[in-house]
Structures are given as structure tokens and as C-alpha cells.
Design a protein around this ligand. Structure first.
Ligand code: GLU
Length: 414
């Protein structure tokens, strides 16, 4: 079960308590700034008309235009979109980006749609929500089940409606349409850089073992980069199977196998019960849908470190239980912020007209991730707290400064 917005507000309340913040900030951040629901009517290939529910939430724009992906998944609902938008607010603040937090979603299973139907859903989303989107308002990006092609359809639709190019209004576009080199690798690569910057804090030795739940874009890239850095990938899973080889394997071979056999089944030994949580590894990496570690299974986790490559991989209770047990959790708002960091570079590129090379993007990303991870670890050590609390404290103080700079409480007290 995934966490609700009410749950994740706990992270905000704890940070606000620790920072001794006034009530203005809590009051503002407890509620999304704007939440829009829409219905998208799509003419299907068989001639029937089907309606899909869609949402877009701006959780906060205190630090700048809202930023966050659009998710296509049958389980998406308003609460999930609000929760994910909430996380984006703290993710962009922690990363020091001039963005607030937003998120969108459509309740749809893209696997059941033809390519033309999928395009109509993407374009329909933009038609329904066009007044909420824009480079200075709210800037969507890819998320679960949306990729460069989907975002290209969306940017094209917005451009057609507005009558001007909309490159800076949507990130994650194909490079030829104003996208940026390295965006596809950014989330997995960024997560790997975070772990590498935290090896001392997490007490990880050379050749530490890793199990990855979810072998999609982010999980596979993380695996490649960690393998290259000398870590051992010993287990990976996809939606139908989990495979394990105690000596480790080259993740590129697992990827090639998966592409050829349409799944990982048979690549290595099957994991008992398909459950990676119980494997005796050093690092467990949830990289699929959220809510995978909760209070019912947190005690099963055998790893010493959990890296939340997926958003809200642990529910609040699940995360608390892991922390109580001494398991280090690298929180989503730190671990997976490489994606939005490179989205920021794409937005800058589109606004300035500059074309950034892959080398420049990676150099910028690598430095950002290492600095952010180091700052969070330092704060955790200073405050004698866990990494998530440290990350939220840094993020919340930045947002609080922005809210306070608008002067309300101070002016009333003067
Ligand atoms: N969907 C990604 C996330 O959850 C990326 C957001 C973006 O690039 O704006 O961080």
C-alpha cells in the first residue's frame, strides 16, 4: 500500500518541529497549492469512446514554477498525485533548484493501448490541463510509464494550442526536439553517485552486494553504474520474476537477457517467494512502484542499507521501523533527484538556447549529487539523526526562508 499525503506530511511536521518553525510554513505546506482533476475522452481504435481520469497538482510554488513528472498507471488517483507532488516540493528544494513541486497522472494502463490511443491520451492530457502548464508555471516531465515520445507529443500539443514553441514548458523531450543529453540516464546515475558519496557514512566496503527491485530505466542504469564502480549486483527483479546469483553478474547481460526473453525468468536462480526483501545483501534498492516496504514487511529487510530509487518506496511506518532497526535509508528526495536535476538543465538550455553536451551534463549532475549527498550526511551527523530527517530539514529551511521572505508573519508582528 502506498503512503498518502497525510502520511508524508509527518516528514514535514518532524522537520518543522526540529527547526522550530512558525505555523505559517506548516500551514502553507500541509496543503497543495492547486489540484486539478480532468477527464480525457479518447476515441479508441475500435471506434468506442473511453474516458480516462487525469490529475495535476502543484503542491508548492514557493521556490519557483512547479516541477514534476506525469505518471500513466492504472492505480494512479488524486491522493497519489498529491503525495508525489508533495515529495517533489522537498526534492527540488533539497537540490537547490529554482522550482516548486508538482505531479500529474492518468489512470490508464498503457500496455492495453495502441500507440495511436496512447498519443491521444497524451495530447488529451495537455488539452485538458493546458492553462495550468507552462515554463514559469508548472513544468511536467517523465515518470512511471511516460518517456520521451509521450513528452514530445505533449510539448507538440501545447505548442499547437499556444501558437509558440513550448520547449521550456516540458522536460524529458527527445534531444532533437530540445531535450537534453543524459536525461534518460540521470535518475539511475544520480542515485549511484549519491551512494558512492555516502560509502563512509553508510559503512559500505568494496564489493558490497546489491539487490534491485525493478529493472526499468532507473534500476538498470543504477545497476550498470554501481557494477562499474566495483559493487556486486547479485539480484534483480521485474514484475514477474526475481533472480539471484551470489557471486554477482554483469547487469548489461541481465538487460540483454530481459530484452530477448521478455523478462528475467531463467537468467539466474529464482529468489524464494520472489521476495528480494529477505535476501542477505548489503544494499536493497526499491526501484519500482512506491510503498514496497511498509510496517508489515520492514522487519523482513535483511540489508543494512535501503536506497529509495523509487518515490516513497517506504511508507512512513515502514521507514520508521527500518530506522529503529539501524538500517540506513537513503531517502527518495535525495536518491532519485538526478532526474529532476537534469530536467532543470534542460529547462535552462531551452530558455537560453544553449545546447549542453553529454559530458557537461554528466559533470554537472555528478557534482550536484555528490555535494547534495555530502551535505545531507553532514547534517545527519551534526543533528545526530537519520538521512531522511536531515534531508527534510535542509529542504524545509529553504522553503521556509522563501515563504518568510514574503514577509507575512514578520510584518504582522512589527
Ligand atoms: N518524475 C521524476 C521525479 O519523480 C522527474 C521529475 C522531473 O524531471 O521534473 O523526480
Amino acid at each position: 500500500m502506498s503512503a498518502s499525503t497525510l502520511d508524508v506530511c509527518t516528514f514535514l511536521e518532524r522537520a518543522a518541529d526540529a527547526l522550530n518553525l512558525n505555523d505559517d510554513v506548516r500551514e502553507v505546506l500541509r496543503h497543495p497549492t492547486r489540484s486539478v482533476a480532468a477527464s480525457i475522452n479518447v476515441r479508441m481504435g475500435d471506434g468506442s469512446l473511453k474516458t480516462f481520469s487525469a490529475w495535476r497538482t502543484i503542491h508548492s510554488n514557493a521556490l519557483g514554477p512547479a516541477k514534476g513528472g506525469i505518471r500513466f498507471h492504472p492505480s494512479v488517483d488524486a491522493d497519489e498525485v498529491n503525495t508525489l507532488a508533495f515529495l517533489m516540493t522537498f526534492k527540488t528544494a533539497l537540490a537547490g533548484l529554482p522550482f516548486g513541486g508538482g505531479k500529474g497522472g492518468v489512470a490508464v494502463d498503457p500496455g492495453l493501448l495502441s500507440r495511436h490511443e496512447l498519443e491521444r491520451v497524451a495530447r488529451g492530457y495537455v488539452r485538458a490541463l493546458r492553462h495550468d502548464l507552462g515554463a514559469g508555471r508548472d513544468v511536467p516531465a517523465p515518470d512511471v510509464n511516460t518517456n520521451g515520445t509521450v513528452l514530445a507529443w505533449m510539448a507538440d500539443e501545447l505548442a499547437a494550442l499556444e501558437g509558440t514553441a513550448q520547449t521550456a514548458s516540458i522536460t524529458g523531450k527527445p534531444i532533437v526536439l530540445g531535450g537534453i543529453a543524459g536525461r534518460a540516464e540521470a535518475t539511475g546515475r544520480g542515485a549511484a553517485k549519491v551512494v558512492l558519496a555516502l560509502t563512509d557514512h553508510l559503512k559500505l566496503a568494496d564489493g558490497a552486494t546489491i539487490a534491485i527491485q525493478g529493472f526499468g530505466n532507473a534500476g538498470a542504469q543504477f545497476a550498470r553504474d554501481m557494477h562499474e564502480a566495483g559493487f556486486r549486483i547479485v539480484a534483480v527483479s521485474d514484475s514477474s520474476s526475481a533472480v539471484y546469483s551470489p557471486d554477482g553478474f554483469d547487469p548489461s547481460e541481465a538487460e540483454a537477457y530481459k530484452a530477448q526473453h521478455r523478462g528475467l525468468k531463467g537468467f539466474a536462480d529464482a529468489v524464494p517467494g520472489n521476495d528480494l526483501r529477505k535476501l542477505d545483501v548489503d544494499i536493497l534498492v526499491p526501484a519500482a512502484l512506491g510503498g514496497w516496504i511498509d510496517d508489515t514487511n520492514a522487519d523482513d529487510v535483511a540489508a543494512k542499507v535501503v536506497v529509495e530509487v523509487s518515490n516513497q518506496a517506504c511508507t512512513v511506518h515502514g521507514a520508521d521501523r527500518l530506522t529503529e532497526r539501524g538500517v540506513h535509508v537513503v531517502p527518495d528526495i535525495l536518491a532519485n533527484s538526478g532526474g529532476v536535476s537534469v530536467s532543470y538543465l534542460e529547462w535552462v538550455q531551452n530558455r537560453s538556447g544553449e545546447q549542453m553536451s553529454r559530458e557537461k551534463v554528466f559533470a554537472d549532475l555528478d557534482q550536484r549529487m555528490a555535494e547534495m549527498a555530502t551535505a545531507v550526511a553532514r547534517r545527519a551527523a551534526e543533528d545526530k539523526t537519520d538521512l531522511r530527517s536531515a534531508a527534510y530539514r535542509i529542504a524545509v529551511s529553504r522553503i521556509a526562508e522563501a515563504i518568510e521572505s514574503m514577509g507575512t508573519r514578520r510584518l504582522f508582528n512589527e
